[in-house]
Ligand binder design. Structure first.
Ligand code: FCB
Length: 507
């Protein structure tokens, strides 16, 4: 199947679409999308992706589920952390979150209405393994019910095993710093594969190992809130080894699905051509990107970073024989979480990296202060393919927080988010059009949720959550996404049927 070369989104014009290897191009499009109705015009102006491209949204257990004491779930280190005064915005916790544990049916219905082909969510380890060696079937049942529901609408699940909610009983044993964790994780993965494996086509072992290791153990911003570089380096290695063991367990279980890992990756630019700044950019890139990409795809840690960490921890004391082979176990795809780029300069005395961050102009940042830079998504994907892997890539998270408000008309108008998504989808589209191997895109997030240390102060959802009532209110961005998906699905289906579709949609 061919794919479009020209962009047809913002800035593109209807007459510009050109198809590569497409048998019945423009003429046929004209026929099925008569320009006389407004709905049709909107659909025509949408980006066209390959027909097998998957549109999705993503969430994570602790951020949406709530029900922290139900059906045998035990505490995670995020319960402990969020309940510790001063750790999260206004002391927010995930105790209730979006109450998804009780409202999952309604939430899956929203997924169906959005039209997503795939839904990425995570399993809560503390629901499934409440103490060493014990399996809590009631915890698994929740995910079975969720999978049933997704099945009803033919939405393909993409399941993350670890999205940061480590059982407290493991945190008490040293968490990711204690090497034993790798076996606990492999055991947990095996339980999940055995219970749900034949129903899940796509598995993600870890979400963002960088955050687990460095935000959690070096920078103190995430659970468990430690500040120790030695611990963090240990943790990062153990996360990667546990990933490799889980991949092995998956292969051993002989399941038909795919398995991969999700990294949060950045594009790092130097603030100037000054050699000092260029070196600073190297270090920042080593820290956020190469520290994980190199071992996963080349079976070794980057030398410059090993040297940088040396005063805190010698890698020889961390890496055991055979580890580098285990963690580089072949995977089926790479998940990429992309939010922003970083512009850095040399700043002697500034932490371990000696790097300063140049803030972006105020009119180009999200509510997180992250620079909006869609072109860097294209650059990132291109680099991954050029330097690291020809494996299929998925954008497993991309999205933006803005200070949304419910308007007088009862809905939420979020033009910045629509623009953000439009521009990032366009960047992804360009990558594909140039031959890039990108197979799907999950918007973060389905709905507003517990944004870790920022609590409920940051809203990333396509759907607004009114926390006191738990009412879900569609933002304009949700409607925009629905149209993007509809336009693409319509094309994927028999084109003859397209007219019926949007007649129903726009009357
Ligand atoms: C990512 C996390 C996700 C969410 C987004 C905004 O780092 O994986 O849970 O917090 O950022």
């Amino acid at each position: 199947m061919g794919f479009p070369r020209g962009l047809m989104g913002a800035g593109g014009t209807v007459g510009r679409h050109k198809w590569k290897n497409e048998d019945k191009p423009v003429r046929r499009m004209r026929r099925v999308y008569p320009v006389k109705s407004r709905g049709a015009a909107i659909l025509m102006n949408m980006l066209r992706f390959p027909t097998d491209f998957e549109f999705g949204v993503a969430t994570a257990a602790y951020q949406i589920e709530g029900a922290v004491n139900e059906d045998g779930r035990v505490p995670s280190h995020w319960d402990t952390f969020s309940h510790t005064p001063g750790k999260t915005w206004q002391g927010d916790t995930g105790d209730i979150a979006c109450d998804h544990y009780h409202r999952y049916r309604e939430d899956v219905q929203m997924l169906a209405e959005l039209g997503v082909q795939s839904y990425r969510f995570s399993l809560a380890w503390p629901r499934i393994i409440p103490e060493p060696g014990r399996i809590n079937d009631k915890g698994l049942d929740f995910y079975r019910r969720l999978l049933d529901e997704l099945d009803r609408y033919q939405i393909r699940p993409a399941v993350t095993l670890y999205h940061w909610d480590l059982p407290q009983w493991l945190a008490d044993r040293g968490g990711w710093v204690n090497r034993d964790v790798v076996h606990y994780f492999a055991d947990y993965a095996e339980v999940a594969f055995r219970a749900l494996g034949n129903r899940v086509p796509r598995w993600i072992t870890h979400n963002e190992p960088w955050c687990t290791a460095f935000l959690g153990y070096a920078l103190g911003e995430h659970a468990p809130g430690h500040r120790d570089w030695g611990e963090a380096v240990n943790a990062s290695h153990h996360v990667l080894v546990s990933h490799g063991l889980a991949v092995q367990a998956f292969r051993a279980a002989n399941l038909s699905g795919d398995i991969g890992i999700t990294l949060n990756l950045n594009v790092v630019d130097a603030a100037s051509d000054d050699p000092q700044d260029l070196e600073a950019a190297q270090r920042a890139d080593g820290f956020s990107n190469r520290w994980f990409l190199d071992p996963l795809f080349r079976g070794r840690y980057p030398e410059d970073m090993v040297r940088l960490f040396e005063p805190w921890v010698s890698l020889d004391t961390v890496v055991q024989p055979g580890d580098l082979k285990v963690l580089a176990e072949p995977i089926d795809f790479l998940g990429v979480n992309y939010y922003s780029r970083a512009v850095v300069y040399a700043k002697p005395g500034e932490g371990l990296l000696q790097v300063g961050h140049r803030p972006a102009p105020a009119d180009r940042v999200t509510d997180m202060g992250w620079e909006i830079h869609p072109h860097s998504l294209y650059r990132l994907l291109s680099r991954l393919q050029r330097e690291y892997t020809r494996l299929p890539l998925y954008i497993t998270e991309n999205g933006a927080a803005f200070p949304d408000r419910v308007a007088n008309d009862g809905t939420v108008h979020d033009p910045e988010r629509v623009q953000f998504l439009q521009d990032h989808f366009a960047a992804a589209h360009r990558f594909i059009a140039e031959g890039g191997h990108l197979k799907g895109y999950y918007v973060w997030s389905l709905m507003d949720n517990f944004e870790w240390a920022f609590g409920y102060s940051k809203r990333f959802g396509l759907v607004y959550v009114d926390y006191p009532t738990q009412k879900r209110i569609w933002k304009d961005s949700a409607r925009w996404y629905q149209k993007l998906i509809l336009a693409n699905r319509a094309r994927a289906m028999d084109l003859e049927n397209v007219d019926d579709h949007h007649t129903g949609e726009h009357h």
